[in-house]
Ligand binder design. Structure first.
Ligand code: GDP
Length: 459
């Protein structure tokens, strides 16, 4: 997984942010049908098939679905998030309405506070009619923050190609390229994201790991080329002969919480980025706090992004044996949807259990890279479907593992539309009973068996 550049969409409500987001990520989502996931949090998506792949973030959706609903409307906070984290900013303006105080507020923040090399592209939305644009164009230029202005109509695909080209161009100027360098590293050096709510002990954990003698460490060497400097935020931890890259840890290492860091949304954005940049996510849970909505949301994000997942319960020095057992049960219930994830109890303070994390990380990374031969799968499938509620799936003609991470299985059936989620869940459970795949989500793709040529890869 390369260190992807981040493109952030900001703009006041009703300027078409999420329509633009969906249009830009749309192609990817059309390819993959994901199974264990429920609804996708439309907040972030990797645009892999772009000329220069990038992580797209809708900062307006950052607070959606959390206690932090204010964020939804808070352009001020969005702008700060974008300034802090984005390599390119897309600023949406609604062509059908007059510019409002909020639009000017965003402009003001961008003008005063953005880093000089971060380009802003103004995206004028809902331009189904070019005449509307002609009239409004001068006022957008007068805002004076964007070199280029892109009129688009996302639902009608007007102007979106031009916008995509411009994004690629800006990313190239920042020296981001389509880069396979990290993809080859992936098999050897797993990238780990340490995520969790504020105060759960992320900094303490990374510091405790850094303090372990003989095992560590060295912030990754980086070049000064803009765009590649992000790697400076990583921490490399060595244990015995193995290396683990903990991504996006700069803030954690320093324990420095900037002013913007205090914004609830920023920790969400940091989390989204860290998840997208990692192979395995380590979700920290607080031993003395109940599993919350936000914890579930983060776990779901990692799962839906296809990342490995380990649940680490920190601060167990505060629990007696009885409470530990209760905590385990609580986690099993609250996070039922990701029960493939191993659970580790530890304390960053006393270091109890800490080093076991590395064994789990190795195990999960192995699961993610594991390949089952087609012959073995065929054998397994015949037995797995026996006696199960499988309907027409039982007569599937072919199953194969795609060359993809996370493990992805392609099932060829007569009519993919008839395959039910419950049937795929059943298969998922049987697959795990037989082959493990601890700590990694597994994806299922169904295809029509009438196809003359079987493809071993769906992407
Ligand atoms: P972060 O916001 O997730 O980075 O959390 P911090 O690492 O800053 O920790 C928040 C608070 O929890 C601090 O006061 C830590 O001292 C405390 N803390 C962290 N880990 C543990 C632990 O294992 N046991 C106990 N008792 N306290 C801890």
């Amino acid at each position: 997984m390369p260190q992807l550049p981040t493109v952030a969409i900001i703009g006041r409500p009703n300027t078409g942010k999420s329509t633009l987001f969906n249009r830009l990520v749309g192609r990817r989502q059309a390819i993959v049908s994901e199974i264990p996931g429920t609804t996708r949090d439309h907040v972030a998506g990797v645009i892999e098939d772009a000329e220069v792949p990038y992580l797209l973030i809708d900062t307006g959706g950052m607070g959606g679905g959390t206690e932090d609903e204010k964020m939804e409307d808070d352009v001020h906070a969005q702008s700060l998030l974008a300034i802090e984290h984005a390599d390119v900013i897309l600023f949406t303006i609604n062509s059908r309405e007059e510019l409002t105080a909020s639009d000017f507020e965003v402009t003001d923040i961008l003008r005063k506070r953005r880093r000089k090399h971060v380009p802003v592209l103004i995206v004028v939305t809902k331009c189904d009619n070019p005449e509307q644009m002609e009239m409004a164009l001068p006022s957008y230029h007068e805002l004076g923050i964007a070199e280029e202005i892109f009129p688009i109509s996302a639902p009608h695909r007007i102007g979106t190609d031009e916008l995509e080209n411009a994004i690629a161009e800006e990313l190239r100027k920042l020296h981001f390229e389509k880069d396979t360098r990290h993809e080859t590293q992936e098999t050897t050096t797993p990238r780990i994201a340490l995520i969790g709510q504020p105060n759960v002990g992320k900094s303490s954990l990374i510091n405790a790991l850094m303090a372990e003698p003989d095992r560590l460490k060295s912030p990754k060497l980086v070049s000064d080329v803009p765009g590649t400097t992000r790697d400076a935020t990583d921490t490399v931890i060595r244990r015995e002969d193995k290396e683990f890259i903990f991504v996006d840890t700069a803030g954690l290492r320093k324990s420095a919480h900037s002013h913007a860091e205090e914004l609830e949304g920023l920790s969400v954005l940091r989390t989204v980025q860290a998840i997208e940049h990692c192979d395995v996510a380590v979700l920290l849970l607080d031993a003395v706090k109940p599993v919350g909505k936000q914890d579930k949301r983060i776990a779901r994000m990692a799962m839906e992004a296809g990342k490995g997942l380990i649940l680490v319960v920190n601060k167990i020095d505060l629990l007696n044996t009885e409470k530990k057992a209760e905590k385990r049960t609580e986690i099993q219930t609250a996070l039922m949807f990701c029960r493939f994830a191993p659970v580790l109890f530890c304390s960053a303070k006393t270091k109890e259990g800490l080093l076991k994390m590395f064994d789990l990380l190795e195990m999960v990374q192995r699961s993610r890279l594991r390949r089952i031969s087609t012959a073995e799968l065929h054998n397994w499938f015949g037995q797995a479907v026996q006696g199960g509620p499988m309907g027409s799936v039982a007569s599937a003609k072919h199953i194969t593992q795609a060359e993809d991470i996370p493990p992805t299985f392609v099932l060829f059936v007569k009519d993919p539309k008839k395959v039910q989620l419950s049937q795929l869940r059943f298969l998922d459970n049987r697959l795990r009973e037989s082959f493990g795949f601890e700590g990694t989500p597994v994806r299922w793709i169904t295809k029509r068996s009438a196809q003359t040529q079987y493809r071993s890869s769906f992407a």
